[in-house]
Design a protein around this ligand. Structure first.
Ligand code: PLP
Length: 394
């Protein structure tokens, strides 16, 4: 019999009842060190007092009003994002998938209004993940995501990841935009080198193609800059943000330059919940903390500490791990054993990790994870690896 919850997830037999900082407590009382962070969502850990206060203060005042009215909390968060980034304008959503939808619509609308309505095609990359809507699965194009859902939305092709010559050859006078994650998350924590992002920006500029960065997973402070592309010193025309921006409250945002948003006039897009007062109040609290230079510098410091520990973990368990990947606190351990076995051994050792493609074990801890918890996490990963390693050696 089909369960009451549609069985689209292969769920671990764990149910959590509370969380504090980097720790989760299950219904049997066991505590787990959370290195998954709700897949890069809990940027400031669980039950962060500043976020709880922002949410509850707002909850006492006003939860929801329609976007047919001005929403001061939304205007405030938009202004903060505009001040802190390349963007001139922001549209708020409730998820990352919705940011893919709008980014795709906005890019097509730009060319339409700009007198080149034939520019409708998107270039995306193998291993990409942009969400689960029909447009987002067409963009990613992987067999696993699109099988059975045809006919797919036309206008998307996937190139080999970060193959510059292929991109150059693929851009035509029909190309609308290139959409890329500066660091692939689901694809296995694959960092696009800075020079590739720079080259991509130049190529887009010289061909009149828009550049969309999907920073849903790698953005909001995770790399030690507010957004990952800042390391490369280039900016996109449109950017997708979600996950960490709400710190656990469903919130996403499309950031764009004034030029790219050319066609987005009244009536061209909308959302009932997008930019609601609750989400935006929490978002402002998150950005108020994560956007501080000192906070970001500390993310880099913690990341260096964590990475050093992971490098020695790999050295100690060569039969289990191949290498460390990632940047900042979006980290991956490329496994020699099945990554799922490591995730499972982590459960037994009381540490939560997430599997990614390419047999990678993903680590996306809270950006403010205490140093002591990093040490504890490394200890628990070490125990889990020893357990899996024993199996691998048999
Ligand atoms: N884009 C990236 C890079 C993601 O990692 C995800 C989610 O994992 C999405 C888009 C989709 O976001 P959501 O699941 O909030 O719709």
């Amino acid at each position: 019999m089909i369960p009451a919850v549609l069985p689209t997830y292969n769920r671990a037999p764990l149910a959590f009842v509370s969380g504090q900082g980097s720790w989760l407590t299950a219904d049997d009382g066991k505590r787990y060190l959370d290195l998954g962070g709700g897949i890069a969502v809990n940027a400031l850990g669980h039950a962060n007092p500043a976020l709880v206060k922002a949410l509850t203060d707002q909850a006492q005042k006003l939860w929801h009003v329609s976007n047919v009215y001005r929403i001061p909390e939304q205007e405030r968060l938009a202004a903060m994002l505009v001040e802190r980034t390349f963007a001139d304008t922001v549209f708020f959503t409730n998820s990352g998938t919705e940011t893919a939808e709008l980014s795709i619509k906005m890019a097509r609308k730009f060319h339409y209004e700009n007198g080149q309505p034939e520019r409708v095609e998107f270039i995306a990359f193998e291993g990409a993940f942009h969400g689960r809507s029909t447009a987002a699965i067409a963009a990613a194009g992987s067999e696993k995501m699109v099988k059975g859902y045809g006919p797919l939305m036309p206008g998307f092709r996937q190139l080999k990841w970060a193959d510059h010559d292929a991109i150059r050859a693929a851009i035509t006078d029909q190309t609308c935009a290139v959409i890329i994650e500066p660091i692939q998350g689901e694809g296995g924590i694959r960092v696009v080198p800075d020079q590739c992002l720079k080259g991509l920006r130049d190529l887009c500029d010289s061909t009149g193609t828009l550049l969309i960065f999907d920073e849903v997973q790698c953005g909001m402070g995770r790399t030690g800059k507010l957004f990952a592309h800042e390391w490369a010193g280039v900016t996109p025309d449109i950017m997708m943000v979600a996950k960490g921006i709400g710190g656990g409250f469903p919130l996403g945002a499309v950031l764009a330059t004034e030029r790219a948003a050319l066609g987005m006039t009244a009536g061209t897009h909308g959302s009932t919940y997008g930019g609601n007062p609750l989400g935006c109040a929490v978002g402002a609290a998150v950005l108020g903390i994560v956007g501080e230079d000192a906070f970001l510098a500390d993310v880099s410091r913690k990341a260096a500490l964590f990475r050093q520990g992971l490098e020695s973990l790999v050295a100690r368990h060569p039969e289990v791990f191949e290498a460390v990947r990632g940047q900042g606190l979006i980290l991956g351990l490329k496994c020699r054993v099945a990554n799922a076995d490591m995730v499972k051994a982590g459960y037994a050792a009381g540490v939560l990790t997430v599997a990614a493609a390419d047999n990678v074990l993903r680590l996306l801890p809270a950006l403010n994870i205490p140093d002591a918890d990093i040490a504890e996490a490394l200890d628990r990963l070490d125990r889990a690896a020893a357990e899996v390693g024993r199996g691998a050696a048999v």
